[in-house]
Design a protein around this ligand. Structure first.
Ligand SMILES: Cc1ncc(COP(=O)(O)O)c(C=O)c1O
Length: 348
């Protein structure tokens, strides 16, 4: 194939992270309690669903359940096939080709991917040495859209709410607050969407809700913005089974509460265990921990994978030199992870 047939702006985009090893997955910050138990009941009832029919184009039932949960209106919400789809919708709706989207660095790599795929320019502003947000620097870039993620992936800290609020208040354009890990944090911007002309909050069922395999995400914004966003979503992108599972998961909070409690309890123990091995953890308000290795992190990650546990290496990225990220596991998983990491460090 002639490579010049490919749009210039996407020609050099690499494939996404797709590890080939079979190992215990502690690299994806998903739920370690196993699948959400409500999903089993939904799946058991699947045979009676009219799967010969399309779902509703905009998943109205799920939007109603979200409205009940958050005290907003169904039309404040747009749902999609994972929060990745809703992020993509935002750029398709608001960004002309060549316009700039500004984001803090380091953060979630797919933000830049969606911007580039949609023909935009992705500009980043470094976090400080404590991975804190600099609202002045973000605003000074004068991009069309600002996107930030709190708690931030992969650094695991939440940004100061006042700093985020300043960005929302002072930026003359859409501001996206990606709360994929919002359930693990103390505060959320989602209840505030009606207070701002420009705020969009994205969330997911992939993390605290334990449904990554079903691909359900959503965003909330004021009604006028949500109407524009809704028009751009691919109709029917969320299938009936996933929609029903998400509704059931919203109505039964037990598993989500248990997940959040587990993470809060285990995160400190895991961080202490990493510290004791000389693997310096950064503070976390999420269900994963970033830590810095005294030896090349790529080696730590590959040797650990050879022992059957996969964590994610970020060591080649600027500002994350020799850093790796692990999901916070159950007590049993963390004990196993720490004992294998101990072996790796001793063998080194
Ligand atoms: C910050 C952030 N946003 C969005 C996503 C995408 O989540 P989803 O599974 O809902 O597409 C992830 C997934 O890891 C993430 O870390």
């Amino acid at each position: 194939m002639n490579k010049e047939w490919v749009r210039e702006t996407v020609r050099d985009i690499p494939l996404y992270y797709n590890p080939k090893v079979t190992a215990v997955r502690m690299d994806t910050s998903t739920n370690v309690l196993g699948p959400n138990p409500v999903v089993r009941d939904v799946l058991n009832g699947c045979a009676d669903m009219d799967l010969n029919q399309y779902p509703k184009p905009y998943s109205d039932s799920l939007r109603e359940a979200l409205a009940d949960t958050y005290g907003l209106k169904p039309d404040n919400f747009v749902v999609g096939n994972g929060s990745d789809e809703v992020l993509d919708i935002i750029f398709k709706t608001f960004m002309e080709a060549g316009e700039t989207v500004v984001a803090p660095y380091p953060s979630y790599s797919l933000h830049g991917f969606f911007v580039r795929v949609n023909g935009g320019r992705f500009a980043t502003v470094d976090l400080d040495e404590g991975f804190r947000l600099d609202p002045d620097a973000l605003l000074a870039e004068r991009g069309k859209i600002i996107i930030l993620c709190t708690p931030n992936n992969p650094t695991a800290n939440t940004f100061d709410a006042k700093a985020v609020e300043r960005v929302v208040r002072e930026h003359d354009g859409p501001v996206i607050v990606d709360e994929a890990y919002g359930e693990f944090a103390e505060s959320s911007f989602l209840p505030l969407v009606d207070d701002y002309e420009n705020l969009i909050v994205t969330r997911t069922f992939s993390k605290a809700y334990g449904m990554a395999g079903l691909r359900v995400g959503y965003m909330a914004s004021n009604l006028e913005m949500a109407e524009q966003l809704q028009k751009i979503k691919i109709p029917y992108s969320l299938n009936r089974i996933s929609e029903q599972a998400a509704i059931a998961a919203l109505r039964d909070r037990e598993y989500v509460d248990r997940s959040v409690e587990l993470v809060r309890r285990e995160r400190e123990k895991l961080s202490r265990g990493l510290d004791a091995l000389g693997l310096a953890p950064f503070p976390s308000q999420s269900n994963f921990v970033l830590f810095q290795c005294p030896v090349p992190s790529s080696e730590v990650v590959s040797r650990l994978a050879a022992k059957g546990v996969l964590i994610r290496d970020f060591g080649k990225q600027r500002m994350l030199e020799d850093c790796a990220r692990t999901t916070v596991g159950t007590d049993e998983l963390n004990t196993m992870l720490l004992s294998k990491l101990k072996e790796v460090m001793e063998e080194w």
